[in-house]
Design a protein around this ligand. Structure first.
Ligand SMILES: Cc1ncc(COP(=O)(O)O)c(C=O)c1O
Length: 459
């Protein structure tokens, strides 16, 4: 029997002092301007019901960004809850260092079965950035240990707009200056492929963009021939760049070029994997099989932290040998392959089939496209970018960016919140990322709130 107070649609929350005061006194929130945060009284989430989050005041909010791009089936999903509970009755954690556990083995087999061909081995970590760090270290070590002697490649190519995490290694291959510039002296040198994104201000036909990008990558591969250990790419969409959608065919060209120059293609599907772009993996849309594939976020349905770095047998072979030969990959995290997280992931992946989630994504995609189309005529909307269930609405002021002190993107998300929807902006880009399993009716509601809130946020 639920004795909690009734849930009401969102307005300004009046929270009990204790949790609010403790939050403001002790919690430092990531990617959050803390002075403003402490004034704004953000909801303190205590519950969830399906695709809604419920705060301490029993106010319901539609989770419009999949709890930071990781939720797939909604919250409190019985099959995932049961998988975790069952595993909890067996063992919550044990190490993968020289030992194994059942869910991590079953999950690895399931991932190999579903991922693009050749990716037969799985290395686990516990967040996206760690999964990318694993990929970089494996690529670097691979060239030193594979059969060809004297091959000591030491550089990675990354793209304009790239984001792969916030650790020192992943910042080194990221291009978003406000996240990384301060730390420049700490970062390792990497090769930046500067490719333009098409926009109304710089109209670039998709075919031109494709040619430009391909040409630039080829030029860099020639310039640094024999030094590139990997080309790191977010397939189809750069999410943190503000939902930058790549030209069709670019991924395939990257595959062709990395093959031609005998360098590894490292696909970071942390944001785009598990249905968000319309297919289980984004690489499928261009029939691309990378040499290394990194998964996280949606891997557990958005339940528990887990990352999987998938590699080919060819790479794996370079790490084989007698223990004293020094070919071991000396990397690991305490919670690598955590049984609870792997059990959640297995249940989530099975639900994608059972609930025909990939078919639902097609409906979500169509509703977003249709309902957000009117915004393209809005004088202060620069661009609406979409790939599958990922949308970025970029705001501008008659062709120029709004002054940062207006925090226009943030104001729009506050207006959404007052209407009962949680979203997050990236500067003046409003990001919509409904869960791939979200029902059409809720997606309609999400779009309506965003349209109304853009008007409020700009007033
Ligand atoms: C493409 C991509 N790679 C890596 C990461 C980092 O993942 P995590 O936040 O789990 O470290 C993110 C996070 O947003 C991402 O979008």
């Amino acid at each position: 029997m639920n004795e909690r107070p009734a849930v009401t649609p969102g307005t300004t929350p009046q929270l009990s002092n204790s949790l609010r005061e403790l939050d403001n006194a002790h919690v430092w929130h990531p990617f959050t301007a803390m002075s403003a945060y402490r004034r704004e009284q953000a909801p303190i989430i205590v519950d969830a019901e399906g695709f809604h989050l419920v705060d301490e005041e029993r106010i319901r909010y539609l989770d419009g960004h999949s709890s930071l791009w990781c939720n797939i089936h909604g919250h409190r999903v019985p099959a995932i809850d049961a998988a975790i509970t069952n595993q909890l009755q067996r063992v919550a954690h044990t190490t993968l260092l020289g030992l194994s556990n059942a869910p991590s083995i079953e999950l690895a087999a399931e991932l190999v079965r579903r991922a693009p061909s050749r990716l037969n081995k799985v290395f686990y970590a516990d967040c996206g950035a760690a999964g990318v760090e694993v990929a970089l270290k494996i690529a670097y070590q691979y060239y030193r240990q594979r059969a060809t002697p004297e091959d000591s490649r030491d550089k990675f190519i990354y793209f304009d707009g790239a984001y792969h995490g916030d650790t020192i290694g992943t910042m080194s291959i990221g291009s978003i200056s406000r996240f990384k510039n301060l730390y420049s002296p700490l970062l390792f040198p990497a090769v930046w492929a500067k490719v333009p994104a098409a926009s109304p201000d710089h109209p670039l036909r998709e075919s031109e963009q494709l040619e430009f990008c391909t040409h630039e990558l080829e030029r860099l591969l020639i310039e640094h021939q024999g030094r590139i250990a990997g080309v790191v790419i977010e397939p189809l969409v750069q999410a943190a760049a503000g939902i930058n959608v790549q030209a069709t065919g670019f991924l395939e060209r990257v595959r062709q070029l990395t093959r031609r120059f005998d360098t590894l293609m490292i696909a970071d599907e942390i944001a785009v994997g598990f249905g968000r772009t319309g297919t289980l993996f984004a690489c499928e849309q261009e029939n691309v099989s990378p040499d290394i594939l990194i998964l996280s976020k949606g891997l557990t349905g958005g339940y528990l932290p887990l990352a999987a770095t998938m590699i080919t047998d060819e790479i794996d072979t370079a790490f084989l040998g007698e223990p004293w030969e020094g070919r071991t990959f000396f990397h690991g995290h305490t919670y690598t392959g955590n049984p609870l997280a792997c059990a959640a992931a297995l249940a989530s992946i099975r639900l994608i089939d059972d609930n025909a989630v990939l078919e639902n994504v097609q409906r979500v995609t169509a509703v977003l496209k249709q309902e957000l189309a009117p915004l393209k005529q809005h004088p202060q909307v620069k661009e609406v970018r979409q790939q599958g269930a990922m949308v970025g609405i970029e705001l501008h002021n008659a062709g120029t960016p709004f002054p940062p002190e207006r925090r226009v993107g943030h104001e729009v998300t506050l207006a959404c919140r007052r209407r009962g929807v949680i979203l997050r902006n990236i500067a003046d880009v409003i990001v919509l990322m409904p869960a791939p399993a979200m029902p059409e009716q809720l997606v309609l509601e999400l779009c309506q709130v965003v349209r109304d809130s853009i008007q409020d946020g700009l007033n």
